[in-house]
Design a protein around this ligand. Structure first.
Ligand SMILES: [Zn+2]
Length: 274
């Protein structure tokens, strides 16, 4: 993996790759060049966009790649009060799973430090360092593995996403895939300009609600629990960017659209189409 960083004249093996099934890369680096050079290239290869992380060693066997890493900052900021701390309380080992490499599972061996918060009145007495872009609090997977599994879940949903993840070398349950999808932040949706209004049945013949759709993007916007004119008027009053309401001839929708237009005379009225 790291042999690409050594020059051909330094190699004792013409292929540049170890012949054993298990290799500790700092030991192999003695053959290829300085340990510092190999470790630096490993960092560039494994964590190209992540700062404040150093690769100490890489151990490869037939099934798994273990990457020994650590944070390089002198301290960490308290997530509660924001104070910077360099007072180490203790340390422990975290083993977050990472994206597979060449069909092998990748596990980070990350020794993290716990710091004491310097603020006397801060409710958080200690804090654990996190590597931005790589780890999160209580996370069992790296951020890039989380985003990969969430993308699989978005495309395939839970069961098929978990199956494809297994093919790619990641063991994960379908419920975990769905949980990662649910944890994604809500996408930024532009304010609707043209809104379609119609009813939907919660219990057919007895209980109806109101469905609102962005006509221009053809995407649903909101569901109201009833089909009262007052609910639609209040919804429109909170959205001054709505210019046109498309509705059927139901009287509560006509009344609600008219009331919503009257509630904001300074921002312009609402045109209606039926
Ligand atoms: Zn604090």
């Amino acid at each position: 993996m790291c042999a690409t960083g050594s020059s051909p004249r330094r190699r004792s093996n013409p292929s540049g790759w170890p012949t054993s099934t298990s290799t500790s890369w700092p030991a192999a680096a003695v053959k290829f060049g300085s340990v510092e050079e190999v470790v630096l290239r490993l960092k560039e290869l494994l964590f190209p966009s992540i700062a404040n992380v150093a690769v100490l060693s890489v151990d490869v066997n037939i099934a798994i790649v273990r990457v020994d890493v650590q944070c390089t900052t002198a301290g960490a900021a308290c997530p509660e009060c924001g104070a910077w701390s360099t007072r180490v309380h203790s340390s422990y080992l975290r083993l977050p799973a990472d994206v597979p490499s060449a069909g092998r599972r990748v596990v980070l061996q990350l020794r993290v430090r716990r710091f004491r918060c310097p603020t006397t009145l801060c409710p958080r007495r200690t804090l654990v360092e996190q590597i931005s872009g790589l780890t999160r609090r209580h996370g069992q997977r790296t951020e890039r593995l989380r985003s990969t599994l969430a993308a699989l879940g978005l495309a395939l949903a839970g069961r098929a996403g978990a199956r494809l993840a297994a093919v790619l070398g990641v063991s994960v349950s379908r419920s975990t895939v769905l949980r990662l999808v649910n944890a994604l932040p809500e996408p930024e949706v532009p304010a609707p300009r043209v809104v379609g209004v119609d009813e939907y049945a919660i219990r057919k013949g007895r209980h109806y609600g109101t469905a609102l759709v962005d006509v221009e993007t053809r995407r649903p916007i909101d569901l109201l629990p009833d089909r009262k004119a007052s609910s639609l008027a209040a919804w429109l009053a909170r959205r001054p960017d709505v210019e046109v309401v498309c509705r059927d001839r139901a009287p509560f929708f006509a009344e609600g659209a008219a009331a919503g237009a009257r509630s904001r005379p300074r921002t312009g009225g609402i045109s209606g189409t039926t």
